[in-house]
Design a protein around this ligand. Structure first.
Ligand code: SF4
Length: 100
């Protein structure tokens, strides 16, 4: 998520970062985050930051950034892959011994 040159209030992700968290959220939140990125007032700067990170080999990890979902290893997920990712996250959440 972009955090330089923009006030936190400019960025929908700053107001509700859990919506953008691909390790802990749910499918409907991620789809909403992608839509909010499209409408974000700093979308252009965020897209540039994301491209710079990808070129540097340091992709965003485990979140939606600039309307793109990235796994915990930095792999880009197509929106059509998000339901399967949501199922994996839910299975992980339900593992015995994991705090609720
Ligand atoms: S485009 Fe998305 S990730 Fe980037 S600053 Fe805006 S809301 Fe946050």
């Amino acid at each position: 998520m972009i955090n330089e040159r923009s006030a936190p209030t400019d960025r929908p992700c700053a107001a509700d970062p859990e919506h953008w968290d691909l390790d802990n959220g749910v499918l409907v939140d991620w789809l909403d985050a992608i839509q909010q990125c499209i409408d974000c007032p700093v979308a252009r700067a965020c897209r540039q930051l994301t491209l710079d990170q990808l070129r540097a080999g340091t992709p965003p990890l485990g979140l939606v950034q600039s309307g793109v979902a990235f796994t915990a290893t930095g792999r880009e997920l197509d929106p059509l892959q998000l339901p399967a990712h949501a199922a994996r996250v839910a299975r992980h959440r339900e593992r015995p011994g994991r705090a609720a």
